[in-house]
Structure formats: C-alpha cells, structure tokens
Write a protein that binds this ligand. Sequence first.
Ligand code: IDP
Ligand code: MG
Length: 139
Amino acid sequence: MAGTLTLTILKPDALQNGHTGKIIDHILGAGFRIRAMKLIHLTAAQAGQFYEVHRERPFYGDLVKYMSSGPCLPMLLEKANAVEDFRATIGATDPAKAAEGTIRKLYAQSIEANAVHGSDSDENALREAAFFFSELERV
Ligand code: IDP
Ligand code: MG
C-alpha cells in the first residue's frame, strides 16, 4: 500500500519571488496536511548531501549552489497516496513540460529553479523527512 508521507521543499526561487503563501495554499487546497515545516538556509554541504543521489549528474554543482543560495522551506506532508499525488500536484521537473495548473507550471522559473521539491518514492520520503525533521518536530 502506498505511504501517507511525502517531503517537499519550497526552493529558494519560490521564497525570493514571493510565492511562499500561494504555494502553501495550493498544497493545502490539494488535500495535504502539514506535519512539520522549517525555514532554513542550507549550506552547500547540506544541499549536496540532500541531493547526493544526483552527484554524478552534470547539473549537480549548479544545483547545490542554487539550493544553498537563499532560505528554503522544507515541509513534511501527509495525505493518502502522498508521493504520487504530490508529484501530480507539482508537475514535471521542467516547468515548460509541466501540466496546466500544477505548482511548477504556475510558479517555477526554469528546470533548475523549479519552485518545489517532491519525494519520488515512499522510501526516499522517509529518508528526506529524517534529513530535516526529528520526531519531536512533527505534529
Ligand atoms: P525532480 O525534482 O522533479 O524529482 P530530479 O530529476 O530529481 O527532478 O532533479 C532534482 C532537481 O535537480 C530538480 O528539481 C531541478 O532543480 C534540478 N535539475 C534536474 N534536471 C536538471 C537539468 O537538466 N538542469 C538543471 N537542473 C536540473
Ligand atoms: Mg527527484
């Protein structure tokens, strides 16, 4: 059975461009409950660790620089079928390919500065949740 948790990050471009409130409203409107959230400014080392799986990709260096360029807002979200439903809510990685009405279509700047992260599996959702939040920081 699909899990009920997924991890998102409102990325630096979303915060810098003033989209924080609208994106949170969109997420709540799509039926997700916020179980934890935290405003933080990642170091390059922390951003590199979070995106460890992409270390060999050509965009990794730029991605780490971008993710540590300003504050971001990780949130732990809960809903039935959380991972798949949230990926549908945010749309494709490249906003040019994202479906109408998705968060990335509405708010992303580029394939790199694409407004939000979404876990790609239940296993990664749990790993990413533990990366940002202790049990005590969850409600
Ligand atoms: P996802 O965020 O839709 O799961 P991933 O392939 O896991 O996409 O890539 C992680 C992040 O790396 C993307 O959200 C985006 O910020 C960045 N990224 C992915 N592909 C590219 C690319 O081709 N050029 C630049 N940045 C990219
Ligand atoms: Mg991914």
